[in-house]
Design a binder for this molecule. Structure first.
Ligand code: FAD
Length: 419
């Protein structure tokens, strides 16, 4: 009679927890090894503590990978609908917010982790924390327990199948420090160079310290050689290092790609007044100057431009004498000011660090993984789940959905495949 396969999951994050349940309900005996003192730390931080767990408007264009067909296959095999049913059956009531984002009705990420942990306990899955795996060994000659995992503290553990669910390199304080990559590279798996995504950007600008904390609702675009590659709209925040806010996080993936290339000099272009055309702005400015000819140009903009931005914008537009009266401002100078307000180009120096990024672009290359099962093509019995592979999604619940879908498929396949 076939022995119940022992599946060891490395990493107790979103994908590992999902994989553990899928494997156990499909007949495996499961152990989760987690390097932190408890599982699911990152889940608690998601969606600002509200956990944007999925997105009902999911589209493959929300994902990025060198092998996007692979991603489509997995998402269609364990779908958003199945995911929401799965969580609903475990007790999560949910609601759909703008742009299809799904949150638990409680708006508490801890509810999501709590129901997962309750289910894990109910099913009898073993959870071992403070257990960092540093090496995987495989002995093909054995029938059972082919895999031996070596822990940092000297312990070992053996099993028939292994699921690597160690996440990427983002937010290492929550557990994912990139150590998972090194566990499978010795078996021939290739790494697509990781870079931080969904992250704030460092900008080059003399003015940053002066305008830190200024917020506006506007458009931000990423430009390379004056070509607009992507535009996003929403609340944007200047910081002492550069720029932040949801539109910037969405642009950061494209920006990261450019920063990976040699000789690429990406720029951010800001439109501070997306609801006005240049002509409309010009009419307003001319009228302001007409009614207040004796005001200094700096005062002339109070009430139209955020006070902390005025001097910076005027200087960026080439006006050095801020005490010049409005009546003396030339037409060409007004055009320059409008150009800054509508198309303020600021060079990008880089992105913020791994600590600040929400997701990792790049990871273990999907070409060596079976798209139906998440099993390694190089080492049978080794499976992958979640962010450790070369898949990342936009902001909006797409990354957790990838963790749930890939975790479920990996867990189910590991339990069902032959020992
Ligand atoms: C602040 C923040 C907010 C986010 N908000 C959202 C959101 O609202 N919606 C969304 O869709 N996505 C969000 N994300 C992204 C999402 O959380 C991740 O994509 C997802 O958690 C990835 O799941 P994972 O299981 O692959 O990896 P992780 O959740 O990173 O889990 C990996 C686990 O493996 C453990 N581990 C690593 N190496 C080892 C080892 N060698 N041995 C043992 N254990 C190991 C780690 O400690 C960790 O617990 C957010 C991310 C962050 C940082």
């Amino acid at each position: 009679m076939r022995k119940r396969p022992k599946v060891i999951i490395i990493g107790g994050g979103a994908s590992g927890l999902m994989a553990s349940i899928a494997a156990q309900i499909n007949g495996a005996q499961v152990v989760i090894l987690e390097r932190m003192n408890r599982v699911g730390k990152k889940i608690l931080a998601t969606g600002n503590g509200r956990c944007n767990l999925s997105n009902v408007n999911l589209d493959i264009n929300n994902y990025h990978s060198s092998y996007i067909k692979f991603v489509n296959g997995i998402i269609n095999r364990f779908t958003v609908e199945q995911t929401l049913d799965f969580f609903n059956q475990m007790g999560i009531e949910y609601k759909v917010e703008d742009k299809g984002k799904v949150y638990p009705l409680t708006e508490q990420a801890s509810s999501v982790l709590d129901v997962l942990r309750y289910e894990i306990k109910r099913l009898g899955i073993e959870e071992v924390c403070e257990a960092e795996v540093v090496k995987i060994k495989n002995d093909k000659s054995k029938k059972y327990d082919k895999f031996t995992l070596y822990l940092k503290d000297g312990r070992t553990m053996s099993g028939d199948k292994v699921i690597l669910a160690t996440g990427g390199k983002s937010s290492p304080n929550l557990g994912s420090n990139g150590s998972g990559y090194q566990l499978v590279i010795p078996f021939g798996h290739k790494l697509i160079e990781p870079f931080p995504a969904l992250v704030q950007l460092n900008l080059e600008g003399w003015f940053l310290k002066r305008i830190k904390g200024v917020k506006f609702n506007g458009k931000a675009s990423i430009l390379e050689n004056n070509k607009n590659l992507q535009t996003e709209y929403g609340e944007i925040l200047f910081t002492d290092y550069g720029i932040s806010g949801p539109p910037i996080l969405q642009l950061s993936r494209k920006c990261g790609e450019l920063l990976q290339k040699k000789n690429s000099n990406p720029y951010i272009s800001l439109d501070l007044y997306p609801d006005f055309t240049k002509e409309e702005l010009k009419t307003r400015i001319i009228s302001r100057f007409y009614y207040h000819p004796e005001k200094t140009v700096e005062l002339g903009f109070v009430g139209m431009i955020n006070k902390r931005l005025i001097a910076v914008i005027l200087k960026e537009a080439g006006l050095n004498n801020l005490n010049e009266t409005c009546k003396n401002i030339k037409d060409r100078e007004i055009d320059n000011i409008i150009n800054i307000l509508k198309n303020w180009k600021i060079p990008v120096k880089g992105s913020r660090s791994w600590m600040n990024s929400q997701v990792t672009a790049g990871g273990i290359c999907l070409k060596d993984i079976n798209p139906a099962t998440m099993e390694s093509k190089l080492l049978p019995g080794l499976f992958f789940a979640g962010e450790v592979v070369d898949v990342d999604g936009d902001c909006g619940g797409f990354n957790l959905q990838w963790a749930w879908s890939s975790g479920y498929i990996a867990g189910e396949s590991a339990a069902k495949s032959d020992i």
